[in-house]
Design a protein around this ligand. Structure first.
Ligand code: FE2
Length: 294
């Protein structure tokens, strides 16, 4: 049980952002919804910055689909290199039968990842705030490392489903110290594909682990029992809300068939005191190490 209990925090360890009730709720449910964590204006600024990034992005330079049902990019190399770069991944349904984009590029991208928090000054500032550092400390990560960032679009009409998973499958440490921060940049509703989660599901041992085996992305299976989705509850939130996700929490989102996008920014943090195995998919050259909040 030590592996699962690492993140079950003693309420006495208060660092200043989360209340005792919020920490108890996180320990009980494996997730916590924190409304108004980011000002609406900051969300708008980040969104405008992303629009600018997309304006400079030439889609002909890459044709990589992020298949949200298998969670594996079609082009392995481009995906693996994104650990230390800013790469663009298309929605699966963005192309016609002959491989041409059906819609404008800004309505075709599934996500951007995975090193914006280190490479882009705007994302760096958005990620390394005092509030987020305090929350991380409250959660017991005293030596945090910011591993990966994603800007997720959940595009109107074609935003793909993200099947039920545990984030520690992709951000693995031993013992588990993986925490996901999910910030709504736009309102997330049932209509446009909000998150769903199983309260208390974080007590489930890790079922899958995504590793590099002889340089190839490979999924290791520890438990192939399908998730029981009946206990899932929707997490409809307003823009600016932070949702904190325990690394073992089962969560998902349905496809977006509505005319509204559902932008979100996610950041995954671990504690450097836990073991980060060399075969984790997310690896960087020693010249570009993972960093904390400073
Ligand atoms: Fe996730």
């Amino acid at each position: 049980m030590i592996l699962l209990n690492f993140l079950l925090i003693a309420p006495a360890l208060l660092f200043g952002y989360l209340t005792e009730e919020q920490m108890e709720a996180f320990n009980r449910d494996g997730f916590l919804v924190v409304p108004n964590f980011v000002q609406g204006e900051e969300c708008d600024n980040l969104k405008a910055h992303v629009e600018e990034m997309l304006a400079h992005f030439d889609p002909s330079t890459v044709k990589t689909i992020f298949d949200t049902t298998s969670q594996i990019a079609v082009t392995d190399q481009y995906f693996l290199e994104s650990a230390s770069r800013i790469h663009f991944f298309f929605e699966k349904e963005a192309f016609n039968k002959v491989g041409e984009l059906i819609k404008p590029k800004e309505l075709s991208i599934n996500k951007i990842g995975h090193a914006m928090h280190d490479l882009d000054p705007v994302f760096n500032r958005f990620s390394r705030t005092d509030s987020l550092r305090q929350v991380t400390m409250d959660l017991g990560l005293l030596n945090p490392l910011l591993l990966q960032s994603m800007y997720i679009f959940k595009q109107p009409f074609i935003g793909g489903e993200v099947t039920c998973h545990q984030d520690a499958t992709f951000v693995y440490t031993n013992p588990n110290t993986s925490i996901g921060f999910w910030i709504a940049i736009e309102d997330a509703t049932l209509e446009n594909g909000c998150l769903w989660a199983i309260p208390g599901g974080h007590l489930t041992p890790l079922k899958l682990r995504f590793v590099l085996k002889e340089g190839k992305p490979t999924m290791l299976t520890f438990d192939n029992t399908p998730w029981d989705l009946k206990p899932m509850i929707p997490l409809e939130v307003k823009k600016g809300t932070l949702i904190i996700l325990h690394g073992h929490l089962p969560h998902m989102s349905y496809a977006n068939r509505s005319p509204k996008s559902r932008h979100a920014y996610t950041l995954h943090v671990i504690d450097s005191s836990s073991d980060y195995p060399k075969d984790n998919w997310l690896t960087r050259d020693p010249s570009f190490p993972f960093k904390g909040f400073n």
